[in-house]
Design a protein around this ligand. Sequence first.
Ligand code: TXA
Ligand code: MG
Length: 320
Amino acid sequence: MEPGIVPASDNAITRAARRLRDDELVAFPTETVYGLGGDATSDRAVARIFAAKGRPRFNPLILHVPGLAEAEPLAVFDESARLAARHFWPGPLTLVLPRRSDSGLSLLASAGLDTIAARAPRHPVAQSLLRATGRPIAAPSANRSGRVSPTMAAHVAAELSESLALILDGGPCPVGLESTVLDLTGTVPVLLRPGGVALEELAELLGAIETPRGDAAAPRAPGSLPSHYAPDLPLRLDAREARPCEVLLAFGPEAPPPGFAEVLWLSQTGDLAEAAANLFALLRRLDRPEFTGIAVMPIPERGLGRAINDRLRRAAAPRS
Ligand code: TXA
Ligand code: MG
């Protein structure tokens, strides 16, 4: 069955909500990336998500709700959790919190952990869909496990067609990178995944934030597998010269090094938000067999640059 890509009209959203309540899967736009949604209270729907993505069952999913009021029955919010939610929701911030025993959530969704990851997306289509469904929606990024996340409906259709009832098309995702995942279950907040809300903004609101490097985050963020977000071509970071038949992702106003087979700009003005919004779509565009690899110019490690570099490092990591 080829699922339709349908424009996200009110009518289509109502239809999508009905399919979700029937344990089927629906892809929908958020401000970060497209999500592969299923009813988070249904073991059957959640099992379907893992199967559709080819995702290991030990890697828990993010649960989407319209806002704080709908999240409070699912998890225990302390003062800083409430502060973070009030300040950044709806928006690209995911909070890891203790799960309430009476949450009604499928245990499979949080991979058996006693915590959950919750977020309220601010994309109007996601908001309408969540309200129309009236249930928390588990939604990982709508790509096959380990591959580049989708920022357009066509990306979803290319990879996940058979398992979906419907793909709601809301145009390109404005942020373009996944949400920031912040663990608030300990005494100090821990950044599990850099994303659409910059570390600097979180620190301003919450004070000191722990930022485990590389593998140190792995046990706490089970999804932080080293190789992830990977195109077929090898990726090379901090490129300052061309190799034969290589293509370049350029950044900033400086002239790129000569000799690349093709050059695409993440942002010609050096704007990190623009670079984030372009990253995944450009990686997909350059990922063609006539080239030998994708090189990327250096990106500054601040603001959204931290999340961009995190995704690039994982995409460049040795594949297992
Ligand atoms: O922007 C996003 O967050 C997108 C859109 C669709 O909302 N979703 C997304 O989901 O990126 P996913 O499943 O691809 O990433 C979920 C991340 C993983 O790194 C996972 O390990 C972590 O959240 N996570 C989920 N539940 C967790 C938990 N209870 N404790 C720690 N990490 C958790
Ligand atoms: Mg993902």
